[in-house]
Design a protein around this ligand. Structure first.
Ligand code: 5GP
Length: 208
């Protein structure tokens, strides 16, 4: 079996619980690594440098693009966001499945550059449930919630770009479903090249 890990893109509506799913996945299994993105947006009070993002100036971001230091990048709401290349390549080679928590434009670019990557979209079971979860957080104003729901409507257009849609109804079930999808993807013939070669070699003795 190819020991290289899977490049996994996880996207979802704001409020779908994708952050929780990713954290739980990493707690439960040790074969996942989370890529920390670089961004030119200003840190929020809840942000931690090097944990939520690497915060840089637009100039530094553009320099990193020019040096081919990013696997993909996108401009979103006036700010740059990108995936640092070195960490992802290192971790994949070490056999880890690397998770990119990025928006759809980045996801599409990753799929083009890495056809073997896996794109998963996490969604609540219904729009009403999404609204309920956003309101339940109690941290956002009605205006922000309305904006996120409108954005969810726009993003729903891109859902069919993904390889799998996973419904996050019950957290543990959702986490296990994502893990099963990854596990199966690792067994695709494309990734089993060395195993196929060995099997063929072993079967040769019967070719009489
Ligand atoms: P926020 O500013 O709320 O942290 O993130 C805004 C959006 O940017 C989210 O949809 C998030 O998934 C996306 N994002 C975060 N990092 C990256 C990245 O490295 N590349 C791309 N294309 N999108 C990203």
């Amino acid at each position: 079996m190819d020991k290289k890990g899977i490049l996994l893109v996880i996207s979802g509506f704001s409020g779908a619980g994708k952050g929780t799913v990713v954290n739980r996945l990493r707690e439960k299994y040790d074969e996942y690594a989370l890529s920390i993105s670089m961004t030119s947006r200003k840190p929020r009070p809840t942000d931690v440098e090097g944990e939520t993002y690497f915060f840089v100036t637009r100039e530094k971001f553009e320099k990193t693009i020019a040096e081919n230091g990013l696997l993909e990048y996108a401009e979103y709401c006036g700010n740059y966001y990108g995936t640092p290349r070195a960490f992802v390549e290192e971790q994949l080679n070490a056999g880890k499945n690397v998770i990119l928590e990025i928006e759809i434009q980045g996801a599409t670019n990753i799929k083009k550059a890495f056809p073997e990557s896996l794109l998963i979209f996490i969604t609540p079971p219904s729009a009403a449930e999404l609204e309920k979860r956003l309101k339940g957080r109690g941290t956002e104003t009605d205006e922000v919630i309305a904006k996120r729901l409108k954005r969810a409507y726009e993003e729903s257009d891109g859902m069919d770009t993904y390889d799998y849609i996973v419904v996050n109804d019950e957290l543990e079930e959702c986490v296990d479903e994502v893990h099963r999808i990854i596990d199966l993807a690792r067994r695709q013939p494309l990734r089993m090249k060395s195993f196929i070669g060995e099997m063929k070699e072993q079967l040769k003795v019967y070719d009489k």
